[in-house]
Write a protein that binds this ligand. Structure first.
Ligand SMILES: [Zn+2]
Length: 305
């Protein structure tokens, strides 16, 4: 199984267009010290030919151009994107669907809660029906689903959506809160080799059940939005704490580095906000994360399991 990190930044990317915080400015002036990052998304393939894209980010055009394996292999028009799977319905996770509207057979996997937000809340699925349309496939929580490509042929991958602490996207926030399936992680298994990768770009809290599931994966890509709960407020942006956005901090007592100790495999931090000091290459935060067994994802990182 091959994995390519298409993007590793949180909402707004790094740098964010309306931000002159210390880290955004360092990307602009010293990109060797703080790398630019597009919105978080990964590509996974069992055969190296057809790819599953996890989350359709607003940067998907740029991400495809940066990874030519996603371009058509044969003929003038086409794509090597076999299917898309979603971990939620927030704009950073789905805006790419609009950008792929030229596609005539886009197959998209997500939970029923995500489908309902996109259909009834954002009305993006009815809008796309006037273009190429989306072939929606609902994922049942905690059940393995064999994935198919755009033609219906097996992708050689299984996908299990598992609930994580989160909520509905802000545009659907008036709906019933606290329902499972608004925010999920994805456990993707190579049907042939059995290799597994867990993709959890957003997580508000750890449970024993989640830790147990992540302990089984050969590779875990996990939410690294914030270093401390108040990364953003200390920069002068009121109200935006990790708790309010349902992202666990990395470095606080009870945070991810403390709580999430995994016995084997590769552990990679992803979905890094532009206010997070973990962005500084070789800085004390990256060294502390490394000492706990965590690598830091970057755009273009490739893994083979
Ligand atoms: Zn910034």
């Amino acid at each position: 199984m091959r994995i390519r990190v298409l993007g590793s930044g949180a909402g707004g990317g790094v740098p964010q267009w309306n931000c002159r915080c210390a880290y955004c400015e360092r990307v602009r002036t010293a990109p060797s010290e703080v790398r630019p990052r597009t919105h978080t998304s990964i590509a996974v393939s069992a055969d190296g030919d057809r790819w599953l894209i996890c989350n359709a980010s607003p940067d998907i055009h740029h991400q495809i151009e940066a990874f030519p394996e996603l371009l058509p292999h044969d003929g003038v028009r086409g794509t090597s994107i076999g299917a898309i799977a979603l971990t939620g319905a927030d704009l950073d996770q789905i805006l790419g669907l609009l950008l792929l509207r030229e596609d005539k057979s886009l197959r998209v996997y997500g939970t029923e809660r995500v489908r309902s937000a996109l259909h009834d809340g954002l009305r993006v699925l009815p809008a796309l029906a006037n273009y190429g349309g989306v072939a929606w496939e609902s994922l049942t929580l905690d059940m393995d689903c064999s994935l198919a490509d755009r033609t219906g042929a097996p992708l050689g991958l299984r996908c299990r959506a598992f609930p994580v602490a989160g909520g509905p996207p802000p545009y659907a926030g008036h709906r019933d809160q606290g329902q499972l399936g608004d925010t999920v992680g994805l456990l993707i298994t190579d049907a042939l080799s059995g290799a597994t990768v867990a993709f959890v770009p957003s997580c508000g809290a750890l449970t024993d059940q989640l830790t147990e599931l992540l302990s089984t994966a050969d590779c875990v890509l996990f939410d690294a939005t914030l270093w401390t709960d108040d990364d953003i407020t200390v920069l002068g942006v009121p109200g935006r704490t990790g708790k309010s956005m349902m992202h666990m901090p990395l470095a606080e007592p009870g945070g991810t580095l403390d709580q999430l100790r995994l016995p084997h495999g590769r552990h990679i931090l992803i979905h890094i906000n532009n206010t997070n000091p973990l962005l500084v290459e070789g800085g004390p935060e990256q060294r502390l994360a490394a000492s706990r067994g965590w690598e830091v994802a970057y755009d273009g990182l490739e893994l083979e399991l």
